[in-house]
Design a protein around this ligand. Structure first.
Ligand code: GLN
Length: 447
């Protein structure tokens, strides 16, 4: 634990942790040590974990990296934190992220940008950028992020880590600050496949506090890693042919495909003609859900309150105007618009229909194949400030990750080494619903 504290202290410039839980982590370490000594320690005994600052931990502050929740003390713990602690993991602190998990570069955080440890002039990715750099820079063994449209996978890819977004409904969302509830999932960011398998095993499974969690039994993912059977892999052709794809990423992926073939897996290039609809459908639907979820932050029930307001209406307005950042406001406005009478049919309903179409197509593909392969992000980590002024450029960069989020299937980002500048490259695999085991076992090929 002291080692990780010192790693954090000497790398403050990366701006990874919004808070280090020094006292509670030390206390936990003492009690875990006692359990280890008397042989009663849990599966994660002593694993030091960072949690994204939108995951509730009782009696600790949670802010979603927003001024809106500055100083908010969680009255209860999320199911994921409860399960980590039950298995004797040590929670070292809460990591910086994009405000309310809205962003792909950690530049929308009220607490400032996170820097990539591979090149401090570049972004960490987002929205779970702090969690990814925490693992990359050895400030904890692994970390939890949340993934609505790529926020575990893309920062993991930018930081050379594994990032797993489980099937929608595999892990409880109880006590996780909502962005878009029909997309949000918690996922681990780790430096090894086996840590991801172990964490998934601990976190997954039914929860009486979240009715969207599946009652399917949780497999022994770690044991399943030992057995690999030949898999049928579909490569989405258009994603590799995309002009926006960085040539080094493409070359690394082609090499990975050759390796899969050499290991006896079947590779087939298939066409996916709905690529252009992914980003629009994702942003219409998530903005709509966000505008509804974030209506609770009114300065009365929750959140920052303006104390000068002369009446209730102006209290709402001023509190929200001051509490939310620019990107969050943009999405609330967009979401309110697409849900409003007269536009609902044209945008929200249409996007739901498109989502269904995409889901049907992917599920049909996953009848013939075990796994779908695409890049995670079109580029390696970009420069801080390079894209943030243009929301459309930012949104388009999510093109490969939102597919799994729209369809609810599990997906993993797998690190594939670095380019000439030392920037991490990566690959994404998507699997059938609730078949995370196949993704984990294929990931073993690259360790
Ligand atoms: N970059 C995407 C967005 O801004 C994904 C965010 C996420 O998964 N939380 O919505």
């Amino acid at each position: 634990l002291d080692y990780y504290f010192s790693q954090i202290a000497t790398q403050q410039h990366l701006n990874v942790f919004n808070e280090v839980f020094v006292d509670s982590a030390k206390k936990q370490a003492v009690s875990v040590q006692q359990k280890i000594d008397n042989g009663t320690a849990g599966k994660l005994a002593g694993m030091v974990i960072g949690i994204k600052d939108n995951i509730l931990y009782k009696d600790h502050i949670t802010t979603a990296s927003s001024k809106m929740l500055e100083g908010f003390i969680s009255p209860y713990s999320s199911t994921v934190v409860t399960r980590l602690i039950r298995e004797d993991a040590i929670i070292i602190g809460r990591t910086n992220c994009d405000e309310f998990a809205m962003g792909g570069s950690n530049e929308t955080s009220y607490y400032g940008t996170v820097r990539n440890a591979a090149d401090t002039e570049r972004v960490a990715g987002g929205s779970s950028g702090g969690s990814a750099v925490a693992v990359q820079a050895d400030m904890c063994l692994s970390a939890l992020g949340t993934d609505t449209g790529g926020s575990v996978r893309q920062p993991a890819a930018f930081c050379g880590c594994y990032g797993l977004k489980p099937t929608y409904g595999r892990i409880s969302r109880y006590g996780v600050i909502a962005y878009a509830s029909s997309f949000d999932q918690v996922g681990p960011i780790t430096s090894s496949v086996s840590d991801a398998a172990l964490l998934l095993e601990v976190l997954a499974g039914a929860d009486e506090n979240d009715s969207t969690v599946s009652r399917l039994p949780v497999p022994d993912y770690l044991a399943a890693l030992e057995t690999t059977s030949p898999k049928k892999i579909a490569v989405l052709k258009e994603t590799l042919e995309s002009e926006a794809l960085d040539p080094d990423i493409k070359a690394a992926i082609l090499q990975a495909i050759a390796q899969f073939k050499a290991e006896g897996h079947t590779i087939e290039y298939v066409s996916f003609d709905l690529l252009d609809y992914l980003v629009p459908a994702y942003y219409v639907l998530t903005a709509a859900e966000a505008s509804s979820n974030l209506s609770r932050y009114d300065g009365v029930h929750y959140g920052h309150r303006n104390l000068q307001a002369e009446n209730l209406n102006s209290l709402y307005k001023k509190s929200r105007a001051e509490g939310f950042g620019e990107e969050v406001k943009r999405r609330i406005l967009l979401g309110t618009f697409v849900l409003s009478a007269g536009y609902y049919d044209a945008y929200y309903q249409k996007a739901q229909q498109v989502r269904r179409l995409i889901r049907d197509k992917i599920e049909a593909l996953l009848v013939d194949f075990d796994v779908i392969l695409t890049p995670v992000a079109p580029t390696p980590p970009f420069k801080i400030g390079e894209n943030i002024q243009d929301p459309l450029v930012m949104y388009m960069a999510d093109i490969f990750t939102v597919l799994a989020s729209l369809t609810g299937v599990p997906a993993i980002a797998i690190p594939l080494g670095n380019n000439k500048l030392g920037l991490p490259l990566s690959l994404q695999l998507m699997g059938k619903h609730f078949e995370e085991g196949a993704l984990l076992s294929l990931s073993k090929s690259f360790t």
